[in-house]
Design a protein around this ligand. Structure first.
Ligand code: CA
Length: 229
């Protein structure tokens, strides 16, 4: 039984979504206020979140940003305004998908199922003891600190390894360059965010088939990087 949280202030829409999802066996909770919705999402216990953009107290953009700081569960954003789509993409909020209203309930159910299945595959691939991570062609063995790309070892420096490990451990989460620098280089170095840029470039040369079209580490312009799922 999967639990879905709908954060939506238009009651009729929320109830339509709920009724449809319930008829497919999902358990659904509705919250109409943005700030309370965020709190519920952060409290956990949900497998997927359907998130409206325009909400009282706190908008969907901010909610999505804050959810992504602590969890990778699928977030489907819903909006009545087509202009919001560019913003959802451009801000690098980490939303997994988006739909514009009005949409058909069957379309919603199809997407919910697809994202739940994808997320399950992702978490199942990362074994229980967390000794390794496999995301598509990339394999990280934490015990030996080795990284394989399509079964061939990528010879990474210690910092490159730590970078890819941190990003791949939180797929879809956007990291600001400053945060990456702080977490990996810490106080031991005088560098800055530019250090991160240089290391990401070298890392891509080692793990990406075409570093100019990265399949793993995506640049979120003006913000930082994320590991694509
Ligand atoms: Ca709304």
């Amino acid at each position: 039984m999967k639990n879905i949280l709908i954060i939506e202030d238009e009651k009729a829409i929320a109830e339509l979504e709920r009724d449809y999802l319930e008829s497919y066996g999902f358990t659904v909770h509705i919250e109409g206020r943005g700030d309370i919705g965020l709190q519920k999402a952060l409290d956990g216990g949900y497998d997927l979140i359907i998130l409206d953009v325009m909400l009282p107290k706190m908008d969907g953009f901010e909610i999505c940003r804050q959810i992504r700081q602590s969890t990778n569960i699928p977030v489907l954003m819903v909006t009545a305004k087509k202009e919001d789509i560019d913003k959802i993409r451009g801000l690098g909020l980490g939303a997994d998908d988006y739909m514009t209203k009005p949409f058909s309930p069957s379309e919603l159910v199809a997407r919910v199922k697809a994202h739940l299945a994808r997320y399950e595959r992702l978490t199942a691939n990362n074994n229980e003891r967390g000794e390794h991570i496999r995301i598509r062609g990339l394999f990280i063995d934490k015990l030996s600190r080795r990284v394989m790309i399509h079964e061939k070892e990528a010879m990474l420096t210690s910092k490159e390894y730590e970078l890819v490990l941190l990003l791949a451990s939180h797929p879809n989460r956007v990291f600001e360059k400053e945060e990456l620098f702080e977490r990996i280089w810490g106080l031991e170095s005088n560098g800055d965010a530019a250090t991160v840029t240089v290391h990401i470039r070298r890392l891509r040369e080692k793990i990406e088939h075409d570093p100019s079209k990265p399949q793993y580490i995506e640049t979120i312009w003006g913000v930082g990087y994320r590991f694509k799922v």
